[in-house]
Design a protein around this ligand. Structure first.
Ligand code: GAL
Length: 430
């Protein structure tokens, strides 16, 4: 192949399947904090002032994000979910924040968040009402988009409750246009496919052109069964959803629940590793004011965040499964590969897995360099295709590694990495 043809093949392999929403945002998976899973619709500020949905909560979270290294680690968006507005629109028909819980209003809150070098996200709904029964945006898309822009909001999570499912696409796309027309860059987080799946297979080309990320599946709960169900759904639908992901638009498997109550440390490591492999937004829903040091260290682990934020922006696949192990692999820039090995057996102790059995290991011919990131950081040095490295994986835990090929023959490597590993999507049975 000529040099030019080779370059073309590389460029076409690197571009995502469809055009992303052209607002210049979410070129890497969004990082930040979102209140829902941890704080839900707690509006009782009289008895629970510390945890209720109020301006104080977001201001405190922003303060901690700056002071405790979250911002430096890349977490940028502080996001409000449902239950922030007043039940009535104002005299001009505009949404307004609940006056008791947000006495300063959203514009002032945005100013505060911006003064910390962070960004503010807000929540609304494509239908008549939000899921918790607050005013929906149906009939008010332009007005609400303009209101959010006037308040200097940076992200909108747009839910899909109380909407005629046949009109979801029209609604999501009209709000996308309304946001665009304000002239303010507002990252657009959708739940369109989640609400459409019961009706028909969503059109991911249209979704990618409309939204910066999109929820496909149920809400995450603070439990291992919930995290597992999200992984299972993603693997079962990967051929449909993975090609849609890329710079500007991402599949959203919902919030990180690391640092809460329901996941063991191994399970927290699994969520962090797999969310990085899935090129998911990293939106934590936890209490950053009170989080255990191990969870904090995991959420701020630079090597995992680097996988999540890899510049090539390709989502990974589950590439092999068997013997209660799953292998998930994500192609990274510079022909590298991230490999996650999840031990799904929830009994017994640590089990060994021969990493040479991972389908992507073929990039180790003639040689590769291996770094283990989870459960411990360890340089494993130069390996070959024949190396037998056994990684130990705890029940419901994950071993995470990066593999860097060593070769001067770029073209051959490229073929192996891209065509050998990732065009074939059939599962290997271990
Ligand atoms: C759900 C949505 C959740 C949360 C909740 C608020 O439909 O998926 O993430 O936003 O509504 O009521």
């Amino acid at each position: 192949m000529s040099r030019a043809a080779c370059l073309l093949v590389i460029i076409s392999l690197m571009s995502p399947a469809a055009e992303a929403l052209d607002n210049g945002l979410a070129l890497k998976p969004t990082m930040g904090w979102l209140h829902w899973e941890r704080f839900m619709c707690n509006i009782d500020c009289d008895t629970d002032p510390n945890n209720c949905i109020s301006e104080r909560l977001y201001m405190q979270m922003a303060d901690v994000m700056v002071k405790e290294g979250w911002k430096e680690a890349g977490y940028e968006y502080v996001c409000i979910d449902d239950c922030w507005p007043s039940h009535q629109r104002d005299a001009q028909g505009r949404l307004q924040a609940d006056p008791k819980r947000f006495p300063g209003g959203i514009k002032k809150l945005a100013d505060y968040i911006h003064s910390k070098g962070l960004k503010l996200g807000i929540y609304a709904d494509v239908g008549d009402k939000t899921c918790a029964g607050y005013p929906g945006s149906l009939g008010y898309y332009e007005k609400d988009a303009q209101t959010f822009a006037d308040w200097d909001v940076d992200l909108l999570k747009f839910d899909g409750c109380f909407m005629n499912r046949a009109l979801l696409g029209e609604g999501y796309s009209n709000m996308s246009k309304a946001l665009n027309n304000t002239g303010r860059p507002i990252l657009y987080s959708c739940e369109w496919p989640l609400y459409e799946w019961p009706l028909k297979q969503p059109n991911y080309t249209a979704i990618r052109e409309t939204c910066n990320h999109w929820r496909n599946f149920d809400d995450v709960f603070d439990s291992w069964s919930s995290v597992k169900s999200i992984l299972d759904w993603t693997a079962a639908h990967q051929d449909i959803i993975v090609p849609a992901a890329g710079p500007g638009g991402w599949n959203d498997p919902d919030m990180l629940v690391i640092g809460n109550f329901g996941l063991s440390h191994d399970q927290q490591e699994s969520q962090m590793a797999l969310w990085a492999i899935m090129a998911s937004p990293l939106l934590m829903s936890n209490d950053l004011r009170d989080i255990c040091p191990r969870s904090k260290e995991l959420l701020q682990n630079k090597r995992i965040i680097d996988i999540s934020q890899d510049s090539m922006g390709k989502q990974g696949y589950r590439t092999a499964k068997g013997n209660n192990f799953e292998v998930w692999e994500r192609p990274l820039s510079k022909n590298r590969l991230a490999v996650a090995v999840l031990n799904k057996l929830e009994t017994g102790g640590p089990r060994g897995f021969n990493i040479g059995a991972a389908p992507g290991w073929k990039i180790c011919g003639p040689q590769c360099n291996v770094t283990q990131i989870l459960p411990q950081y360890k340089e494993m040095g130069v390996q070959t295709q024949q190396s037998k490295i056994i990684v130990s994986v705890n029940p419901s835990g994950t071993a995470l590694l990066t593999v860097t090929p060593i070769s001067s023959d770029f073209t051959r490597l490229h073929k192996l990495n891209w065509q050998g590993t990732f065009v074939r999507r059939k599962h290997t049975i271990l």
